[in-house]
Design a protein around this ligand. Sequence first.
Ligand SMILES: Cc1cc2nc3c(=O)[nH]c(=O)nc-3n(C[C@H](O)[C@H](O)[C@H](O)COP(=O)(O)O)c2cc1C
Length: 274
Amino acid sequence: MNPGRRWFLGGLLSLVGGCATVRELPWPRAMPPEPPEADLGLRYHEWSKPGHARYEGPPPDWGTQPPRYKTYPDAPRVALPLPAEDSTMRFMAAIQARRSQRSYRDVPLSLAELGQLLFAAQGITYPPGELRAAPSAGALYPIELYALVHRVADLQAGAYHYAVQEHALEMVRAGDLSAEISAAALGQGFLGEANVCFILSAIFQRTRWKYRERTYRYVLLEAGHIAQNLCLAATALGLGACPVGAFFDDELNALLELDGHDEAALYIVAAGKV
Ligand SMILES: Cc1cc2nc3c(=O)[nH]c(=O)nc-3n(C[C@H](O)[C@H](O)[C@H](O)COP(=O)(O)O)c2cc1C
């Protein structure tokens, strides 16, 4: 039923049967009308409140739960050093010291540092439940993590996928991608100068089959959690990082051969020696 009609019927019933009748109606009395904002984000925000979704036709088929992990079975694999459990920087000092860093020294990152950053972002911290370093709605973990490696010791330049279960890297593309990532990020040159650029993508169906309309909210929130873990871990390791949200989506997706629909890039975090 369209909202205008709902309000009209609600008003009519309250006139006929008194307010008590209206309170007993099966839909929320305070149901707002379809928001008039041109801003699609605000419309989505309103629409995705529980019980507010309106469909022209039948509700969508939200599908079934897809595999929990993505793998590239034929990709060359690189094992990462086990993460250290401590850093020399105290937690509140890292909070205080974190700043977005956009200039990096021409010194390679070590594989151990890269492994530490990846683990802080998405590592399994509670193996019995396969729970990870950053929280996830329903522990469904829709975010995939990629590392565009420009300058890491003992690691060929290229794009890698983080294999969470094995704490390993799977090589997706070989080669120097620094010019491509800068171009994809609206020409922001520091992305090509960073030692590594992390790309966070979402496989929406991992969350959608359960949380339906709330999915898009949740995946963005989760990307934020993971990006903050990366930034704070970089600071604690004496490195620098900068989150980047300004990019051409299609170019960034193409860089990793993501279809941009079932899986789409959401966020970049540049990191390196400062
Ligand atoms: C969602 C988001 C997107 C951002 N995108 C960019 C970006 O495209 N380029 C950039 O240089 N910084 C970007 N930043 C970093 C902000 O400019 C930075 O966080 C802000 O200036 C505050 O500085 P601080 O991080 O040092 O505290 C982004 C930050 C956030 C949270």
